[in-house]
Write a protein that binds this ligand. Structure first.
Ligand SMILES: [Zn+2]
Length: 396
């Protein structure tokens, strides 16, 4: 595999050993590895002005391990920033944009990381040696894995909790992915991978592969370069920590190559009834405590023991970010309000972004001149039943 000039390999942030692109995502010392680059070798102007047409987030391959020409891709990324003037008025800020990740090939932001992770597998001498490829998923990542592995002719095995959205389960099958529906919640599905697979397997779990959060960083590359100025706030629905760790890293890399002056304030938004990362930020601790009794209707965000929890907390601390919670009812109300007024169809998880911004306005406050981005992490077609039942619960 032909690696990009700036890519230096996968480095362990703990013992600092450097490994090649195809090493396991976790170092022998137990710490997840990070993709590292020689930032002096990256031309910021070329990075920012790279041709957008048809390449999706691979236009930023100067700061990715693999060349766009070798990517396993369906054009993920290059998602639109949709102005939401009514929301800007209501939040009393200068501008609000919705970054609509529902437009990705399988309808969620997770396509970005899956594209990188599966491209890495394509670079093995014989990709079929990676089989079986498995992961536990709240739904969207299982769907993305089935889709991208299908391009390589590899079969995925997704372990999803019984409460995962019907659309995810159906589309995992449509992509010809293997699926095991595990009774209970996400933690039960995660336990089932090791319990039920009686063989070694290649994990596509976030922070077991180094490439899931690495792919998420291209959200920051687009936010940092698509507007005339980098936004001031980015509200991110948060579950495993993958998006927070990746997006913060992306902004830091833009600063490192001189493309932007400073990182924006990234705010992780979690449901009030499953908020281990927000609780760790609040308590000033480095490692989130597993959430004892998770209970949110937003299944995609119900991750009580996040794999990237400490990475997310560290990323928020490094970049001056923060975290906030929002109740289920506010999350669903926000998603449906955006659909009513702003055209964009947000999935239930996506509703956490506007709900978090509302709570930020109430509890912390904006000064009035900010540009605020709300990250819609998934398409409204993922969870129409949850959104509709919320309205029915209000007598609509
Ligand atoms: Zn190590």
């Amino acid at each position: 595999m032909n690696l990009t000039p700036a890519f230096r390999g996968l480095r362990c942030p703990d013992c600092e050993s450097l490994a090649s692109f195809d090493a396991e995502g976790r170092c022998a010392c137990g710490t997840p590895r990070e993709a590292v680059y020689d930032y002096d070798a990256v031309d910021a102007d070329a990075l920012v002005s790279a041709d957008v047409s048809g390449r999706g987030h691979w236009r930023f391959d100067a700061l990715l391990p693999f060349h766009a020409s070798e990517a396993i891709t369906a054009g993920e990324g290059s998602t639109p920033l949709i102005p939401a003037d009514r929301l800007a008025d209501e939040l009393a800020v200068d501008e609000v944009f919705i970054k609509d990740e529902g437009r990705n090939p399988t309808g969620s932001v997770l396509d970005r990381g899956m594209s990188l992770a599966v491209t890495a597998l394509s670079g093995l001498d014989d990709p079929s040696t990676a089989e079986p490829v498995a992961l536990a998923s709240t739904g969207n990542s299982g769907q993305a894995a089935a889709a991208y592995l299908g391009r390589l002719g590899l079969r995925s095995y997704s372990f999803v909790p019984s409460r995962a959205a019907f659309s995810n389960k159906a589309m995992i099958n449509v992509h010809d992915g293997g699926m095991r529906v595990v009774g209970g919640r996400y933690g039960d599905a995660a336990d089932a991978v090791d319990d039920q697979l009686a063989t070694d397997y290649c994990s596509l779990q976030e922070f077991e592969t180094a490439y899931r959060h690495e792919g998420a960083k291209t959200v920051a590359f687009e936010l940092g370069t698509d507007l005339d100025e980098c936004p001031d706030f980015v509200f991110v629905p948060t579950s495993t920590g993958e998006l927070i760790a990746g997006i913060c890293k992306g902004f830091e890399e833009l600063v490192a190559v001189g493309a932007i002056a400073e990182t924006p304030t990234v705010v992780a938004v979690q449901p009030t009834s499953c908020a281990p990362i927000a609780a760790a930020i609040e308590a000033g601790s480095d490692v989130p405590e597993p959430w004892a009794v998770p209970d949110t209707i937003v299944g995609e965000l119900e991750v009580p023991d996040p794999a990237g929890g400490s990475q997310a907390v560290d990323a928020l601390r490094r970049t001056g970010g923060d975290a906030i919670t929002a109740g289920d009812s506010d999350i669903l109300e926000s998603a449906t309000a955006v659909a009513r007024h702003e055209i964009v169809e947000m999935g239930a998880a996506g509703g956490a972004a506007p709900a978090g911004a509302w709570n930020w306005a109430d509890e912390v406050g904006f000064t009035g001149d900010e540009t605020v981005v709300l990250l819609n992490t998934e398409s409204g077609t993922k969870t129409p039943d949850i959104l509709r039942s919320h309205l029915m619960g209000q007598g609509v």
